[in-house]
Design a protein around this ligand. Structure first.
Ligand code: KG4
Ligand code: ZN
Length: 328
């Protein structure tokens, strides 16, 4: 089965082609056209500019992803229909419908979070169920228990900022640039994680998260202490990573599950990857970790999630509407 995946949920236009059979999938292409350059000068994503750029890029990106294949070769199209920026999602959804309707190609709407959740299994091992999944991105920070494909139970979520959002906001307040995650990750390598003692919101008896207090603490420490950017970045990152790893450990213990996956843009973070791997080793837990380039938004993860739904007999109708808010 040849599946084209499309993701235009945020600020990256992405299309990917996978060949899948009996649960196994091979990625033939995974094209991501970044809009970072456009949004950098505003210090964050400008939704209207994002959707306009998607309109310009969707056809060239899909053409590149198809390579020597044509639309006639496709067995299915999987498109991300939420959650995300509504104007951006509209472009991918309208494009997928326009391609599929006249050619009679089956198409399926995919939840962006389901894509992230499965990103550790692109061209990799098949998951063993159940497993605990931590998704940490710019828009989401949540823990799930995954009992099978399409069988997800939310265990906890952020009550305010997502972890990636905290990275981006802290980077902005320190005047470091956008997106903040990779910049702070890099600076933190040369900083002292104990330079300033920042709070860790463990929220006892809950698997929820909270990062807004940390952001405020960083601002106050920044105004008061005059620390170097390296020390500030390392101290902030230590707090985020401590909480993410500790709460994942709680979920593992509480549910007696010995497998865990880490995905989403923040899963590209070097400190988080190291700490999560060390925790998994210590507890003799299997860790499913996508390669760094598959942590941030991409369409291969949408194609893979779509394939599993198509294989299970699911289809979306032409009445599929994009949804800015879409729980998994
Ligand atoms: O998954 P993603 O590409 O988009 C969403 O679905 O939100 O995640 C983007 C987020 C941004 O907030 C970015 O700052 C963060 O992931 N990010 C990182 C790193 N690379 C990207 N955060 C920490 N360390 C990184 N190396
Ligand atoms: Zn994402």
């Amino acid at each position: 089965m040849l599946v084209l995946g499309i993701d235009t949920s945020c600020d990256d236009t992405s299309a990917a082609l996978i060949r899948a059979e009996n649960g196994n999938a091979e990625t033939l292409s995974n094209v991501v056209s970044s809009q970072t350059e456009i949004h950098t000068k505003y210090g964050g994503i400008v939704p209207e500019l994002a959707s306009r750029r998607h309109i310009e890029m969707i056809w060239p990106v899909v053409t590149e992803a198809l390579g020597e294949h044509s639309l006639e070769d496709l067995d299915a199209v999987a498109v991300c229909y939420g959650p995300g920026l509504i104007g951006s999602l509209l472009v991918g959804c309208a494009f997928a419908k326009a391609v599929c309707y006249p050619k009679g190609i089956p198409f399926i709407g995919v939840n962006h979070l389901e894509g992230h959740l499965l990103s550790a299994f692109i061209d990799g091992q098949e998951p063993e169920f159940p497993f605990i999944s931590l998704i940490v991105s710019g828009g989401h920070t949540c823990l799930y228990k995954v009992d099978g494909y399409m069988r997800y139970e939310e265990l906890g979520r952020t009550r305010d900022d997502a972890a990636g959002e905290a990275y981006d906001k802290v980077s902005k307040l320190l005047g470091l640039g956008y997106p903040g995650g990779p910049i702070i990750d890099r600076l933190a390598r040369d900083g002292d994680p104990k330079a300033v003692d920042l709070p860790r919101a463990y929220l006892p008896n809950s698997l929820d998260f909270s990062f807004s207090g940390l952001k405020t603490a960083v601002r106050l420490a920044h105004e008061k202490n005059g620390l170097s950017n390296e020390d500030m970045a390392a101290s902030f990152q230590a707090s985020v990573v401590d909480v993410l790893v500790r709460k994942t450990e709680w979920a593992i213990k509480e549910h007696h599950i010995r497998r865990v996956s880490l995905s989403g843009g923040v899963a590209a973070n070097s400190a988080l990857r190291e700490r999560m791997s060390a925790m998994a080793d210590e507890r003799d837990v299997t860790l499913y970790l996508p390669p760094v380039n598959l942590c941030t938004d991409n369409a291969a993860m949408i194609a893979l999630a779509g394939y599993h739904r198509i294989a299970a007999g699911e289809r979306s109708g032409l009445d599929l509407n994009p949804r800015a808010y879409l729980p998994l």
